[in-house]
Design a protein. Structure first.
Length: 470
């Protein structure tokens, strides 16, 4: 996800932490690099890749490090040999329920001819690592595996099992072979956990690489697409009538485009604007405080929406027209006009209510509204002190003075399925992104070398705090 940030961010940039300076990699970092390189160099895109191969490579590493073979499984759906998933259990004392370490193996397609370098070769240049999946999501998957190996070497015995779950087809929506859906349905006992750590929460750097904020993602908007359709008997275009399919649809879409869904804050987005109001300055900071009051200041809401689409996405459901298709001949009245509208619904809001709102706002009975798929509802998981406390503690150790900011994701991850299944899931990585998003889902995806190592150390410490024991 890309977002604009004001100069306040840059003004607030903090000095590099001392550990960020270039140093020779430690043995644990060298081992992480090997795992990571192997993982990104296995193509796991839908067209020609294989998640199964990647899952097997990770499984081999974990078993070689001493995890018992029965605790390391590659689970392949019966009708999809390339859509394998890894489930590896690092055993604790069992005093507490397990912690899931979730990530996805598959990557968005990447074409060699479009990229400056081979997307399936790990290339290091000027402090960056380039490859498809370099950040999304093979960094986190490799870090989880490397840390389980590290714990094993130290004979670490947590109070709960740590379950690494590396899935296939997270990037494909909807997918028949969604690994997390398959595992929840068919192997629930194997992956059941008290809570899960996942992608979706990254820190933010400025253009100079200074640390701006650490984010913890607690909650995702619900992805729901609708097809709008108007049909009409049509006729010859030389004899037009007012009852025209395209005109009906266009009028409805124009009304929808002008409409704003109601403003609403959740515990997560309230915490986001509270923290951000302390980081931003001037009018933006004042507006963020003004929307937290009861009743919220409507002018402040409008200014924040206009200033940054990220703000707007945080405090309201959005529905936007994304595709159009109408008519069948240049000289015929259209018999059919269709549009696709993609909604991102606030967690906890009613999907049926959103459809009723669409109908009310478009205000034209001729427009038929049909959901294209079943929604995957997911209420935001609670940011309890037990969850946020350890994140703030490790963050303060590694990046003193950098704020930890709860966020709500406008996009979607596997977390919406685990949350629905009763496993609260939090996006937290300790990895900071460049302000341009680092080419995730786009061209020349990259991550800073130091970011990979920082995520490695951050998650090593964080998982130990959640894991307890010694
Ligand atoms: Zn991802």
């Amino acid at each position: 996800m890309k977002a604009k940030f004001s100069n306040a961010w840059i003004a607030l940039g903090l000095a590099l932490a001392p550990h960020a300076l270039a140093q020779a990699p430690t043995p644990a970092q060298r081992e992480l690099r090997e795992i990571y390189k192997e993982l990104v160099e296995i193509n796991t895109s839908d067209s020609v890749g294989s998640c199964t191969e990647a899952a097997q490579a990770l499984a081999a590493r974990l078993k070689a490090a001493g995890l018992p073979a029965q605790d390391v499984q590659v689970i392949v759906p019966p009708d999809a040999p390339k859509k394998g998933n890894l489930v590896a259990r690092y055993r604790g004392t069992g005093a507490k329920k397990p912690l899931m370490l979730l990530g996805h193996l598959d990557v968005v397609e990447a074409k060699r001819e479009d990229w400056q370098r081979d997307p399936f070769k790990l290339v290091e240049e000027d402090g960056y690592l380039y490859a498809r999946g370099a950040a999304d999501d093979k960094a986190m998957v490799a870090v989880f595996a490397a840390n389980l190996i590290r714990y094993r070497r130290e004979s670490y015995k947590p109070e709960r099992d740590l379950i690494q779950v590396a899935t296939c087809d997270e990037e494909i929506v909807p997918s028949r072979f969604s690994g997390i859906v398959y595992l929840l349905k068919n192997h629930r006992a194997l992956i059941d956990a008290e809570f899960a750590l996942n992608e979706g929460g990254a820190g933010l750097l400025d253009a100079d690489g200074k640390y701006l904020r650490m984010s913890v993602q607690a909650g995702e908007k619900v992805f729901q697409t609708y097809q709008l359709e108007v049909t009409n008997p049509g006729g010859h275009s030389s004899l037009p009538v007012k009852d025209n399919a395209i005109t009906h649809l266009a009028g409805g879409l124009a009304r929808l485009g002008a409409y704003d869904f109601p403003f609403k804050l959740s515990a997560t987005t309230r915490a986001y604007f509270e923290r951000m109001s302390g980081i931003e300055t001037g009018q933006t900071a004042a507006d963020m405080k003004a929307i937290l009051r009861e009743p919220p200041d409507s002018e402040a809401i409008a200014r924040l929406s206009a200033a940054n689409p990220l703000n707007n996405s945080m405090f309201r459901t959005t529905c936007v027209a994304t595709m159009l298709d109408a008519g069948h001949a240049t000289n015929a009245l259209p018999q059919r006009a269709r549009a696709t509208v993609n909604c991102r619904i606030l967690p906890g809001e009613s999907v049926a209510e959103v459809q009723r709102t669409l109908a009310r706002v478009m205000a034209d009975d001729k427009i038929r509204i049909t959901p294209t798929h079943e929604p995957a509802l997911s209420p935001p998981p609670p940011l309890t002190p037990e969850i946020i406390g350890p994140i703030e503690r490790v963050s303060a150790q590694m990046w003193p003075g950098v704020a930890v900011v709860p966020t709500q994701l406008a996009g979607a991850t596997d977390g919406r399925f685990t949350i629905n299944a009763g496993i609260p899931t939090y996006g937290v990585s300790g990895m900071f992104r460049d302000p341009d998003g680092g080419g995730v889902h786009g061209l020349n995806e990259r991550i800073r070398v130091r970011t990979l190592y920082e995520g490695h150390e951050f998650l090593y410490r964080l998982v130990k705090l959640y894991g307890g024991g010694r």
